[in-house]
Design a protein around this ligand. Structure first.
Ligand code: SF4
Length: 461
Protein backbone atom coordinates (compact mmCIF):
# COMPACT_ATOMS: atom_id res chain seq x y z
CA UNK A 1 0.00 0.00 0.00
CA UNK A 2 1.40 3.38 -0.95
CA UNK A 3 1.61 6.35 1.39
CA UNK A 4 -0.72 9.27 0.83
CA UNK A 5 -0.13 13.02 0.87
CA UNK A 6 -2.58 15.92 0.81
CA UNK A 7 -1.89 19.57 -0.02
CA UNK A 8 -3.47 22.82 1.02
CA UNK A 9 -2.38 26.01 -0.73
CA UNK A 10 -3.07 29.55 0.43
CA UNK A 11 -2.45 32.69 -1.60
CA UNK A 12 -1.37 33.37 -5.13
CA UNK A 13 -1.01 31.46 -8.41
CA UNK A 14 2.69 31.18 -7.78
CA UNK A 15 2.05 29.17 -4.63
CA UNK A 16 -0.34 26.87 -6.52
CA UNK A 17 2.31 26.33 -9.20
CA UNK A 18 4.87 25.52 -6.53
CA UNK A 19 2.56 23.11 -4.70
CA UNK A 20 2.24 21.18 -7.97
CA UNK A 21 6.01 20.89 -8.19
CA UNK A 22 6.20 19.56 -4.62
CA UNK A 23 3.35 17.17 -5.49
CA UNK A 24 5.39 15.82 -8.44
CA UNK A 25 8.23 14.99 -6.06
CA UNK A 26 5.89 12.99 -3.82
CA UNK A 27 4.46 11.16 -6.85
CA UNK A 28 7.97 10.27 -8.00
CA UNK A 29 8.55 8.66 -4.60
CA UNK A 30 5.48 6.50 -4.89
CA UNK A 31 3.03 8.58 -2.83
CA UNK A 32 -0.57 8.99 -3.93
CA UNK A 33 -2.11 12.44 -3.70
CA UNK A 34 -5.49 12.61 -1.96
CA UNK A 35 -7.87 15.46 -1.28
CA UNK A 36 -7.17 17.53 1.83
CA UNK A 37 -10.51 16.48 3.31
CA UNK A 38 -9.41 12.83 3.26
CA UNK A 39 -7.21 10.83 5.59
CA UNK A 40 -3.55 11.18 4.54
CA UNK A 41 -0.20 10.12 5.96
CA UNK A 42 1.38 13.49 5.22
CA UNK A 43 -0.21 16.95 4.97
CA UNK A 44 1.68 19.79 3.32
CA UNK A 45 0.42 23.35 3.85
CA UNK A 46 1.84 25.99 1.52
CA UNK A 47 1.18 29.30 3.26
CA UNK A 48 0.92 32.92 2.21
CA UNK A 49 1.83 36.09 4.04
CA UNK A 50 -0.53 38.34 2.13
CA UNK A 51 -3.59 36.66 3.62
CA UNK A 52 -4.96 38.89 6.30
CA UNK A 53 -5.07 36.33 9.08
CA UNK A 54 -2.17 34.11 8.05
CA UNK A 55 -1.65 32.79 11.56
CA UNK A 56 -5.31 31.97 12.22
CA UNK A 57 -5.70 30.38 8.81
CA UNK A 58 -2.59 28.28 9.28
CA UNK A 59 -3.78 26.97 12.67
CA UNK A 60 -7.19 26.09 11.23
CA UNK A 61 -5.69 24.17 8.33
CA UNK A 62 -3.36 22.23 10.66
CA UNK A 63 -6.33 21.35 12.88
CA UNK A 64 -8.31 20.12 9.88
CA UNK A 65 -5.44 17.83 8.91
CA UNK A 66 -5.19 16.37 12.39
CA UNK A 67 -8.94 15.82 12.57
CA UNK A 68 -8.63 13.64 9.45
CA UNK A 69 -5.65 11.76 10.84
CA UNK A 70 -4.21 12.54 14.31
CA UNK A 71 -1.05 10.56 13.44
CA UNK A 72 -0.34 12.42 10.21
CA UNK A 73 2.99 14.15 9.63
CA UNK A 74 2.32 17.87 9.08
CA UNK A 75 4.66 20.10 7.05
CA UNK A 76 4.13 23.86 6.85
CA UNK A 77 5.98 25.83 4.19
CA UNK A 78 5.62 28.95 2.02
CA UNK A 79 5.94 32.68 2.62
CA UNK A 80 4.44 32.75 6.11
CA UNK A 81 6.70 29.86 7.14
CA UNK A 82 9.71 31.77 5.82
CA UNK A 83 8.80 34.84 7.86
CA UNK A 84 7.45 33.32 11.10
CA UNK A 85 8.98 29.84 11.46
CA UNK A 86 9.13 30.00 15.27
CA UNK A 87 5.48 30.94 15.58
CA UNK A 88 4.43 28.10 13.26
CA UNK A 89 6.65 25.54 14.96
CA UNK A 90 4.72 26.14 18.18
CA UNK A 91 1.38 25.23 16.62
CA UNK A 92 0.28 21.87 18.05
CA UNK A 93 0.73 19.06 15.58
CA UNK A 94 3.23 20.73 13.23
CA UNK A 95 6.21 18.43 12.57
CA UNK A 96 8.34 20.45 10.16
CA UNK A 97 8.58 24.06 8.99
CA UNK A 98 10.30 24.62 5.64
CA UNK A 99 11.26 28.00 4.17
CA UNK A 100 10.75 29.37 0.65
CA UNK A 101 13.79 27.63 -0.76
CA UNK A 102 13.67 24.42 1.33
CA UNK A 103 10.17 23.56 0.13
CA UNK A 104 11.62 22.44 -3.21
CA UNK A 105 13.96 19.97 -1.49
CA UNK A 106 11.60 18.62 1.10
CA UNK A 107 13.01 15.09 0.85
CA UNK A 108 16.52 16.34 1.65
CA UNK A 109 15.28 17.55 5.01
CA UNK A 110 12.71 14.95 5.95
CA UNK A 111 13.90 11.39 5.72
CA UNK A 112 10.95 9.63 7.23
CA UNK A 113 7.57 10.95 8.05
CA UNK A 114 7.51 9.84 11.66
CA UNK A 115 5.63 12.16 13.96
CA UNK A 116 7.83 14.16 16.30
CA UNK A 117 7.60 15.54 19.81
CA UNK A 118 9.06 18.86 18.69
CA UNK A 119 8.85 20.35 15.24
CA UNK A 120 11.96 20.97 13.14
CA UNK A 121 12.67 24.25 11.39
CA UNK A 122 14.56 24.43 8.09
CA UNK A 123 14.59 28.03 6.87
CA UNK A 124 17.42 29.87 5.07
CA UNK A 125 17.89 33.59 5.69
CA UNK A 126 16.22 35.85 3.10
CA UNK A 127 19.56 37.03 1.66
CA UNK A 128 20.30 33.45 0.69
CA UNK A 129 17.17 33.05 -1.42
CA UNK A 130 19.05 33.34 -4.70
CA UNK A 131 18.20 30.17 -6.53
CA UNK A 132 15.43 29.97 -9.10
CA UNK A 133 13.21 26.92 -8.54
CA UNK A 134 10.99 26.23 -11.52
CA UNK A 135 7.30 25.35 -11.18
CA UNK A 136 4.16 25.01 -13.19
CA UNK A 137 0.65 23.82 -12.52
CA UNK A 138 -2.93 23.63 -13.69
CA UNK A 139 -6.07 25.03 -12.15
CA UNK A 140 -8.19 22.25 -13.55
CA UNK A 141 -7.65 18.57 -13.97
CA UNK A 142 -8.64 18.76 -17.57
CA UNK A 143 -5.23 20.16 -18.54
CA UNK A 144 -6.42 23.33 -20.16
CA UNK A 145 -4.63 26.12 -18.32
CA UNK A 146 -1.16 25.92 -16.78
CA UNK A 147 0.43 28.44 -14.45
CA UNK A 148 4.06 28.72 -15.39
CA UNK A 149 6.49 30.48 -13.03
CA UNK A 150 9.23 32.31 -14.91
CA UNK A 151 10.28 34.81 -12.26
CA UNK A 152 10.53 34.92 -8.47
CA UNK A 153 11.33 37.49 -5.77
CA UNK A 154 11.19 41.28 -5.94
CA UNK A 155 13.66 44.17 -5.63
CA UNK A 156 11.00 46.82 -5.05
CA UNK A 157 10.38 48.32 -1.66
CA UNK A 158 6.65 48.94 -1.44
CA UNK A 159 6.13 49.94 2.17
CA UNK A 160 3.22 47.55 2.85
CA UNK A 161 4.73 44.42 1.36
CA UNK A 162 6.54 41.50 2.99
CA UNK A 163 6.97 39.48 -0.20
CA UNK A 164 10.59 40.57 -0.85
CA UNK A 165 11.40 39.31 2.67
CA UNK A 166 9.58 36.04 2.10
CA UNK A 167 10.85 35.37 -1.41
CA UNK A 168 14.12 37.25 -1.73
CA UNK A 169 15.59 39.23 -4.62
CA UNK A 170 14.23 39.25 -8.15
CA UNK A 171 15.50 36.37 -10.28
CA UNK A 172 14.33 34.84 -13.54
CA UNK A 173 14.33 31.49 -15.25
CA UNK A 174 16.86 31.06 -18.02
CA UNK A 175 15.15 31.76 -21.41
CA UNK A 176 16.30 28.45 -22.93
CA UNK A 177 14.71 26.65 -20.02
CA UNK A 178 11.53 28.73 -20.38
CA UNK A 179 11.24 27.66 -24.02
CA UNK A 180 11.94 24.05 -23.23
CA UNK A 181 9.36 23.89 -20.41
CA UNK A 182 6.86 25.88 -22.47
CA UNK A 183 7.13 23.31 -25.27
CA UNK A 184 6.70 20.51 -22.75
CA UNK A 185 3.52 22.10 -21.40
CA UNK A 186 2.16 22.46 -24.94
CA UNK A 187 3.03 18.87 -25.72
CA UNK A 188 0.99 17.82 -22.68
CA UNK A 189 -2.01 19.49 -24.27
CA UNK A 190 -2.26 22.73 -22.30
CA UNK A 191 -3.89 25.43 -24.36
CA UNK A 192 -3.38 28.46 -22.16
CA UNK A 193 -0.13 29.21 -20.38
CA UNK A 194 -0.29 31.87 -17.67
CA UNK A 195 3.11 33.43 -17.03
CA UNK A 196 3.47 34.02 -13.32
CA UNK A 197 6.01 35.46 -10.94
CA UNK A 198 6.18 37.87 -8.04
CA UNK A 199 7.07 40.69 -10.41
CA UNK A 200 6.83 39.19 -13.92
CA UNK A 201 7.42 42.52 -15.65
CA UNK A 202 10.86 42.53 -14.08
CA UNK A 203 11.80 39.36 -15.99
CA UNK A 204 15.44 39.67 -16.99
CA UNK A 205 17.88 36.94 -17.96
CA UNK A 206 20.85 36.45 -20.21
CA UNK A 207 20.74 34.34 -23.32
CA UNK A 208 23.94 32.87 -24.70
CA UNK A 209 23.95 32.06 -28.34
CA UNK A 210 26.59 31.20 -30.85
CA UNK A 211 26.53 33.42 -33.88
CA UNK A 212 27.87 32.02 -37.08
CA UNK A 213 29.85 34.92 -38.52
CA UNK A 214 30.92 33.15 -41.66
CA UNK A 215 28.28 33.57 -44.41
CA UNK A 216 29.85 30.77 -46.49
CA UNK A 217 29.71 28.40 -43.63
CA UNK A 218 32.52 25.88 -43.89
CA UNK A 219 33.26 23.22 -41.31
CA UNK A 220 37.01 23.74 -41.70
CA UNK A 221 36.89 27.47 -41.13
CA UNK A 222 34.13 27.48 -38.63
CA UNK A 223 34.05 30.92 -37.12
CA UNK A 224 31.67 31.36 -34.30
CA UNK A 225 31.38 34.01 -31.70
CA UNK A 226 29.46 33.80 -28.53
CA UNK A 227 26.99 36.59 -28.05
CA UNK A 228 25.18 37.37 -24.87
CA UNK A 229 21.82 39.02 -25.17
CA UNK A 230 19.70 40.40 -22.37
CA UNK A 231 16.17 39.09 -22.49
CA UNK A 232 13.38 41.12 -20.93
CA UNK A 233 9.70 40.19 -20.78
CA UNK A 234 9.02 41.51 -24.29
CA UNK A 235 11.86 39.48 -25.81
CA UNK A 236 10.85 36.43 -23.84
CA UNK A 237 7.27 36.69 -25.14
CA UNK A 238 8.63 37.12 -28.69
CA UNK A 239 10.72 33.97 -28.29
CA UNK A 240 7.75 32.03 -26.94
CA UNK A 241 5.46 33.23 -29.72
CA UNK A 242 7.93 31.92 -32.28
CA UNK A 243 6.95 28.42 -31.17
CA UNK A 244 4.29 27.08 -33.50
CA UNK A 245 1.08 25.81 -32.02
CA UNK A 246 -2.50 26.43 -31.09
CA UNK A 247 -2.11 28.14 -27.72
CA UNK A 248 -2.60 31.36 -25.85
CA UNK A 249 -0.21 33.08 -23.42
CA UNK A 250 -1.59 35.25 -20.62
CA UNK A 251 0.56 37.48 -18.43
CA UNK A 252 -0.74 37.08 -14.87
CA UNK A 253 -0.09 40.55 -13.42
CA UNK A 254 2.33 43.30 -14.31
CA UNK A 255 3.50 46.46 -12.56
CA UNK A 256 2.41 49.59 -14.50
CA UNK A 257 5.94 50.97 -14.77
CA UNK A 258 7.07 47.73 -16.44
CA UNK A 259 4.31 47.32 -19.02
CA UNK A 260 5.79 48.91 -22.11
CA UNK A 261 4.55 49.78 -25.57
CA UNK A 262 6.43 46.88 -27.17
CA UNK A 263 4.42 44.35 -25.12
CA UNK A 264 1.19 46.17 -25.93
CA UNK A 265 1.97 46.11 -29.65
CA UNK A 266 2.65 42.40 -29.40
CA UNK A 267 -0.74 41.79 -27.77
CA UNK A 268 -2.42 44.01 -30.37
CA UNK A 269 -0.92 42.07 -33.26
CA UNK A 270 -0.74 38.45 -32.13
CA UNK A 271 -3.94 36.67 -31.15
CA UNK A 272 -1.90 34.17 -29.12
CA UNK A 273 -1.08 36.81 -26.52
CA UNK A 274 -4.16 37.48 -24.36
CA UNK A 275 -5.77 40.88 -24.71
CA UNK A 276 -5.96 41.14 -20.97
CA UNK A 277 -3.66 42.80 -18.46
CA UNK A 278 -3.87 42.86 -14.70
CA UNK A 279 -2.14 46.02 -13.53
CA UNK A 280 -1.86 46.85 -9.81
CA UNK A 281 -2.72 50.46 -9.01
CA UNK A 282 -3.02 50.15 -5.19
CA UNK A 283 -4.22 53.74 -4.75
CA UNK A 284 -5.62 56.50 -6.91
CA UNK A 285 -4.28 59.15 -4.54
CA UNK A 286 -1.02 60.77 -5.52
CA UNK A 287 -0.10 61.17 -1.85
CA UNK A 288 -0.84 57.57 -0.84
CA UNK A 289 1.09 56.19 -3.81
CA UNK A 290 4.12 58.08 -2.56
CA UNK A 291 3.65 56.76 0.97
CA UNK A 292 3.46 53.26 -0.51
CA UNK A 293 6.70 53.90 -2.43
CA UNK A 294 5.15 52.81 -5.69
CA UNK A 295 7.15 53.63 -8.81
CA UNK A 296 4.54 55.63 -10.73
CA UNK A 297 1.94 58.27 -10.13
CA UNK A 298 -1.70 58.51 -11.13
CA UNK A 299 -0.89 60.44 -14.31
CA UNK A 300 1.47 57.68 -15.51
CA UNK A 301 -1.15 55.06 -14.73
CA UNK A 302 -3.91 56.89 -16.54
CA UNK A 303 -1.70 57.38 -19.60
CA UNK A 304 -0.93 53.66 -19.66
CA UNK A 305 -4.60 52.63 -19.44
CA UNK A 306 -5.57 54.94 -22.30
CA UNK A 307 -2.67 53.67 -24.40
CA UNK A 308 -3.89 50.10 -23.82
CA UNK A 309 -7.45 50.93 -24.78
CA UNK A 310 -6.23 52.80 -27.81
CA UNK A 311 -4.01 50.02 -29.11
CA UNK A 312 -6.00 46.91 -28.21
CA UNK A 313 -9.66 46.69 -29.08
CA UNK A 314 -11.84 45.49 -26.19
CA UNK A 315 -8.83 44.92 -23.96
CA UNK A 316 -9.68 43.50 -20.50
CA UNK A 317 -8.02 45.42 -17.68
CA UNK A 318 -7.95 44.21 -14.07
CA UNK A 319 -6.72 46.42 -11.23
CA UNK A 320 -5.45 45.66 -7.71
CA UNK A 321 -6.27 48.28 -5.12
CA UNK A 322 -5.65 48.55 -1.37
CA UNK A 323 -7.97 50.49 0.94
CA UNK A 324 -7.22 51.78 4.43
CA UNK A 325 -3.48 52.35 4.02
CA UNK A 326 -2.14 54.48 6.93
CA UNK A 327 -2.72 58.15 6.17
CA UNK A 328 -5.50 57.47 3.63
CA UNK A 329 -8.09 60.13 4.48
CA UNK A 330 -11.66 60.11 3.24
CA UNK A 331 -10.57 62.58 0.57
CA UNK A 332 -7.72 60.30 -0.56
CA UNK A 333 -10.10 57.36 -0.71
CA UNK A 334 -12.56 59.37 -2.79
CA UNK A 335 -9.70 60.29 -5.12
CA UNK A 336 -9.12 56.56 -5.60
CA UNK A 337 -12.82 55.86 -6.06
CA UNK A 338 -13.32 58.62 -8.62
CA UNK A 339 -10.08 57.81 -10.43
CA UNK A 340 -11.15 54.18 -10.88
CA UNK A 341 -14.75 55.07 -11.70
CA UNK A 342 -13.59 57.24 -14.60
CA UNK A 343 -11.03 54.80 -16.04
CA UNK A 344 -12.01 52.31 -18.79
CA UNK A 345 -11.12 49.25 -16.73
CA UNK A 346 -13.03 45.97 -16.44
CA UNK A 347 -12.77 44.79 -12.83
CA UNK A 348 -10.99 45.33 -9.50
CA UNK A 349 -9.34 43.11 -6.93
CA UNK A 350 -9.86 44.98 -3.69
CA UNK A 351 -7.63 44.36 -0.66
CA UNK A 352 -8.06 45.78 2.81
CA UNK A 353 -4.82 47.04 4.30
CA UNK A 354 -3.65 45.04 7.28
CA UNK A 355 -0.60 45.59 9.46
CA UNK A 356 2.31 43.24 8.80
CA UNK A 357 5.42 42.93 10.94
CA UNK A 358 8.68 44.19 9.38
CA UNK A 359 7.02 46.62 6.98
CA UNK A 360 7.63 50.35 6.87
CA UNK A 361 3.94 51.12 6.77
CA UNK A 362 3.29 49.55 10.20
CA UNK A 363 5.16 52.53 11.73
CA UNK A 364 3.27 55.14 9.72
CA UNK A 365 0.83 57.52 11.39
CA UNK A 366 -2.83 57.89 10.43
CA UNK A 367 -4.17 54.39 11.07
CA UNK A 368 -7.58 53.94 9.48
CA UNK A 369 -10.28 52.44 11.69
CA UNK A 370 -10.96 48.79 10.80
CA UNK A 371 -14.69 49.39 10.27
CA UNK A 372 -13.88 52.28 7.96
CA UNK A 373 -11.46 50.05 6.01
CA UNK A 374 -14.32 47.59 5.50
CA UNK A 375 -16.67 50.32 4.32
CA UNK A 376 -14.15 51.50 1.74
CA UNK A 377 -13.57 47.94 0.62
CA UNK A 378 -17.31 47.46 0.15
CA UNK A 379 -17.65 50.61 -1.93
CA UNK A 380 -14.90 49.50 -4.28
CA UNK A 381 -16.31 46.00 -4.56
CA UNK A 382 -19.63 47.44 -5.67
CA UNK A 383 -17.78 49.62 -8.17
CA UNK A 384 -15.95 46.53 -9.43
CA UNK A 385 -19.24 44.70 -10.05
CA UNK A 386 -20.53 47.70 -11.98
CA UNK A 387 -17.37 47.91 -14.07
CA UNK A 388 -17.43 44.20 -14.86
CA UNK A 389 -21.07 44.30 -15.79
CA UNK A 390 -20.58 47.29 -18.07
CA UNK A 391 -17.59 45.63 -19.72
CA UNK A 392 -19.49 42.37 -20.25
CA UNK A 393 -22.51 44.21 -21.68
CA UNK A 394 -20.26 45.91 -24.18
CA UNK A 395 -19.40 42.44 -25.49
CA UNK A 396 -23.02 41.67 -26.49
CA UNK A 397 -23.15 41.10 -30.25
CA UNK A 398 -19.36 40.61 -30.49
CA UNK A 399 -17.53 37.43 -31.37
CA UNK A 400 -15.05 36.31 -28.70
CA UNK A 401 -12.62 33.42 -28.83
CA UNK A 402 -13.29 31.34 -25.74
CA UNK A 403 -11.23 28.49 -24.34
CA UNK A 404 -13.72 26.15 -22.64
CA UNK A 405 -12.02 24.66 -19.63
CA UNK A 406 -14.32 22.75 -17.45
CA UNK A 407 -15.82 19.37 -17.83
CA UNK A 408 -19.56 19.06 -17.64
CA UNK A 409 -20.71 21.18 -14.66
CA UNK A 410 -24.48 20.91 -14.21
CA UNK A 411 -24.80 20.58 -17.95
CA UNK A 412 -22.62 23.60 -18.68
CA UNK A 413 -19.08 24.30 -19.81
CA UNK A 414 -17.24 27.49 -18.84
CA UNK A 415 -14.23 29.31 -20.08
CA UNK A 416 -12.53 32.65 -20.60
CA UNK A 417 -12.06 34.75 -23.70
CA UNK A 418 -8.78 36.38 -24.60
CA UNK A 419 -9.93 39.61 -22.91
CA UNK A 420 -10.96 37.69 -19.76
CA UNK A 421 -14.71 37.57 -20.17
CA UNK A 422 -16.25 34.53 -18.48
CA UNK A 423 -18.51 32.61 -20.82
CA UNK A 424 -20.86 29.74 -20.05
CA UNK A 425 -22.67 27.55 -22.57
CA UNK A 426 -24.49 24.21 -22.55
CA UNK A 427 -21.91 21.43 -22.40
CA UNK A 428 -20.68 19.98 -25.69
CA UNK A 429 -17.75 17.62 -25.29
CA UNK A 430 -16.08 18.47 -28.61
CA UNK A 431 -15.62 22.07 -27.51
CA UNK A 432 -13.70 21.31 -24.30
CA UNK A 433 -10.07 22.44 -24.38
CA UNK A 434 -10.66 24.10 -27.75
CA UNK A 435 -10.71 27.71 -28.87
CA UNK A 436 -14.27 28.43 -29.89
CA UNK A 437 -15.71 31.53 -31.53
CA UNK A 438 -18.78 32.59 -29.54
CA UNK A 439 -21.16 35.41 -30.41
CA UNK A 440 -22.13 36.94 -27.07
CA UNK A 441 -25.90 37.19 -26.64
CA UNK A 442 -26.54 37.97 -22.98
CA UNK A 443 -25.03 38.72 -19.59
CA UNK A 444 -26.34 36.99 -16.50
CA UNK A 445 -24.73 38.32 -13.31
CA UNK A 446 -21.00 37.73 -13.81
CA UNK A 447 -21.07 35.48 -16.81
CA UNK A 448 -21.92 35.75 -20.51
CA UNK A 449 -23.63 33.25 -22.76
CA UNK A 450 -23.69 33.19 -26.51
CA UNK A 451 -24.02 31.35 -29.74
CA UNK A 452 -21.26 28.86 -30.53
CA UNK A 453 -20.05 29.63 -34.02
CA UNK A 454 -17.09 27.40 -34.74
CA UNK A 455 -13.84 25.94 -33.46
CA UNK A 456 -10.95 28.18 -34.38
CA UNK A 457 -7.23 27.79 -34.42
CA UNK A 458 -4.85 30.43 -33.12
CA UNK A 459 -1.93 28.96 -35.05
CA UNK A 460 -0.18 31.85 -36.75
CA UNK A 461 -0.19 31.60 -40.52
S1 SF4 B 1 6.19 45.20 -6.51
FE1 SF4 B 1 5.80 45.94 -4.41
S2 SF4 B 1 3.88 44.91 -3.86
FE2 SF4 B 1 4.70 43.77 -5.59
S3 SF4 B 1 5.92 42.12 -4.65
FE3 SF4 B 1 7.32 43.83 -5.07
S4 SF4 B 1 7.39 44.97 -3.13
FE4 SF4 B 1 5.57 43.65 -3.05
Amino acid sequence: MSFTVAFHTLGCKLNFAETSTIGEQFLQRGFSIVDYSEKADVYVINTCTVTEHADKECRQVVRRALRNNPDAFVVVTGCYAQLQPEVISKIDGVDAVLGSSEKFNLFNYIENFQKKELSCIYVSPTEELNFFNSSHSTIADDRTRAFFKVQDGCDYKCTFCTIPLARGKSRSMNPDEVIQQFQELLSHGYKEIVLTGVNVGDYSALLNHNLDLNPDHDQEQDHEQEQIQEIDLYRLLKMMLEIEGDYRIRVSSIEPNLLNEEVLNLAANDSRLAKHFHIPLQSGSYKVLRLMQRRYNTDDYKKLIYMLVDKIEDVGIGVDVIVGFPGETEEDFLDTYNFLRDLPISYLHVFTYSERPNTKSIQMPGKVDVIERKRRNNMLRILSEKKRNEFYRRMIGKELTVLFEHENMDGFMKGFSSNYVRVKNPFIKEYINKFVKVKIREVDENICTGELIENVSLIKM
